[in-house]
Design a protein around this ligand. Structure first.
Ligand code: ADP
Ligand code: MG
Length: 596
């Protein structure tokens, strides 16, 4: 769990070849490019404040020298005052600019990732865990701020500051610089051991957070079934396990971070006392003056935190690189092209004509074929019913029409044009689809209806509500169409959900209406009413139904009997009862397809 499988979509879809994952820094630079001016400004401000930090020890040396020479101190004190005030202004400003820019980078990355995820091919959706994807959008992107600003910009400015500091120290006293570097090298070896462990732990943390998201999503999405199965304890253990993995990784990181932090502190103390002792001896022998020693010590206090910052930046980079890898993994999942939304067909647009020509299809190369050469034609207008045993491939037929998947071979033609030649939004705009077990989304009833037809007028909504037999329900609800449904709202019954889904599809004035067991949960009265609606719709549009009740199927102009991925027979009810034993048997039991 927590890993996206690298295998491709599995269908014959033109999946982009999985390109070599770029190194994290190159990806990061791509994220940073649009904001490079702000990043440069922030970096520059940091450099200025670093440069002032370098000037302060020199001013201190001047102060001590002037004290010794009995010169007036006003000038140098004034200078120091100005420098301190300027740093006080520039420091926070630089930090603000960098943080702000970093947050913009996070925003851009999130927008890109969300746009991509919403357009994933269904074949990719079949292979990922929603909870894990969610953690990539919410948690992993957050880390981009630190890695771009603190780590990449910080390394440049910090590196320059360190070079300048060491230059100044070398100019002041090369011998003391050598002493300082000796102490710091010792500390450096400790850090070299610690940092890789921190970064490994950080990667584990992100991964376990993703796994926890996936586990939570699994349970919270099916809480009724979990409760009814009495499975809380076992499922709880799984999530606790993921949480515990995250805890363990955090503890590992904490251990090494504690060591690293205190190593730096220790290095500072050791460096300070060593330089003080060695420098004191050099002052005593007259090799340097007191002012130089004081300035040098001040530089030690600048250098160590700068080095510590650089090491921290390297750690940050490792963490960020792990996040970038997870974001990239999600971005490389095959998606549909991003096209502008298409307008819905005008009222009275011509009904569509549909043709399947020797369509073969399997969901993945390692799965058995679902369709083994399906051929049929649906003329424009009228109602065509698909019947056949559960698992025969009826729902998959509709998936192919919506181009959620592409046929492995053969072709599907709408209005004589291969679906592959259609603009995808335009194709879907022509279709109204009520999927099997169509969901109601959280939000108001109105949101649910307008999902597929945002421009529908009040009059159109009222008409569709009547047609779908929802007007009574809406009248009963205290807030009518503005009643919240789905999560955190009024729960709808199975039949009500189906009627909402039908209304949603009808509002699109589809040229082709696909109803997949859309009335399976309706009571007899509602079913009869909707049967009239469907028959009515079939007079002006092309209607395809996967129906489960004989009463609906007998109304159809033609019935296509599907079994094991092939078309067994096509005809009217009266013809098929005589001609096809399977149909006759299904008809005799009154229920033509089992739900599912
Ligand atoms: P029907 O609607 O006729 O009951 P379906 O079209 O839903 O049948 O399913 C046909 C076959 O394809 C079944 O064996 C089912 O398990 C399989 N199948 C359906 N959806 C997927 C999917 N997304 N990935 C892999 N196999 C699937
Ligand atoms: Mg089905």
């Amino acid at each position: 769990p927590g890993r996206l499988p690298p295998r491709d979509g599995g269908t014959s879809a033109p999946v982009p070849a999985p390109s070599d994952p770029s190194p994290a820094w190159r990806v990061l630079l791509r994220y940073m490019r649009p904001s490079w001016r702000w990043l440069a400004l922030g970096g520059l401000l940091n450099l200025v404040s670093g440069a002032i930090g370098l000037a302060l020890p020199l001013a201190a040396k001047q102060l001590v020298d002037d004290l010794g020479a009995d010169r007036p101190l006003t000038d140098v004190l004034l200078l120091m005052g100005v420098l301190v005030v300027v740093t006080a202004g520039i420091g926070p400003l630089g930090e603000y600019v960098l943080r702000r820019t970093g947050e913009s980078i996070v925003l851009t990355a999130r927008r890109r990732l969300v746009s991509h995820l919403l357009r994933l091919r269904m074949s990719a959706v079949d292979q990922v865990e929603p909870g894990d994807l969610m953690s990539r959008v919410t948690s992993d992107t957050t880390l981009l701020r630190q890695v771009t600003t603190d780590s990449l910009v910080g390394t440049v400015t910090g590196g320059l500051t360190i070079l300048a500091t060491m230059t100044m120290m070398g100019v002041l006293d090369p011998v003391l610089l050598a002493v300082t570097l000796g102490v710091l090298l010792l500390a450096g070896t400790v850090v070299r051991v610690v940092m890789p462990r921190v970064s490994r732990a950080s990667r584990d943390i992100q991964k376990s957070v993703g796994a926890m998201g996936a586990a939570l999503e699994r349970i919270l999405g099916a809480l009724r079934t979990v409760k009814a199965s009495g499975a809380e304890h076992r499922e709880e253990a799984a999530i606790h396990g993921a949480a515990e993995e995250s805890w363990q990784a955090s503890v590992r990181a904490a251990k090494w971070l504690a060591v690293a932090g205190h190593t730096a502190e220790l290095a500072l103390q050791v460096a300070f006392f060593t330089v003080l002792a060695a420098g004191g001896a050099r002052v005593a022998s007259g090799l340097i003056d007191v002012g130089t020693l004081i300035a040098f010590l001040m530089y030690v206090f600048t250098l160590v935190p700068s080095l510590q910052g650089l090491v921290g930046a390297a750690g940050q980079y490792q963490i960020g690189a792990a996040a970038v890898a997870r974001i990239q993994e999600a971005e490389r999942l095959p998606s549909e092209p991003q096209r502008p939304a298409a307008v819905l067909p005008a009222p009275g647009a011509a009904p569509a004509e549909l043709r399947f020509r020797d369509v073969r299809f399997r969901y993945a190369p390692d799965l058995p074929p679902v369709h083994r050469g399906v051929t049929f034609t649906v003329p424009s207008r009228g109602m065509t019913a698909f019947v056949g045993p559960s698992g025969a491939g009826k729902t998959t037929l509709f998936s192919l029409i919506e181009r959620f998947y592409e046929p492995t071979s053969g072709s599907v033609l709408l209005d004589g044009r291969d679906l592959g030649d259609w603009d995808l939004p335009e194709l879907r705009a022509a279709i109204g689809y009520v999927e099997q077990d169509a969901p109601v989304l959280s939000g108001s009833l109105r949101d649910n209806l307008l999902l597929g037809a945002p421009g529908a007028t009040g009059e159109e909504i009222r008409r569709v509500l009547r047609t779908a037999r929802l007007d009574d329900l809406v009248a009963r609800l205290p807030k009518g169409l503005d009643t919240l449904v789905g999560h955190r709202g009024t729960k709808l019954s199975g039949g009500e959900r189906q009627r909402v889904a039908i209304a949603r599809a009808l509002l699109r004035r589809p040229r082709l209406l696909l109803l997949d067991e859309a009335t399976s949960q309706l009571d007899a009265v509602n079913e009869a009413a909707l049967r009239d609606t469907v028959a009515e719709a079939a007079r002006t549009t092309t209607v395809l139904v996967v129906a489960h009740r004989l009463s609906t199927v007998t109304l159809a102009d033609r019935i296509v009997v599907i079994e094991a991925g092939t078309v067994r027979a096509v005809g009217t009810h009266d013809e098929l009862v005589v001609a096809d034993p399977l149909y006759a048997e299904l008809a005799a039991t009154q229920f033509l397809t089992a739900t599912g």
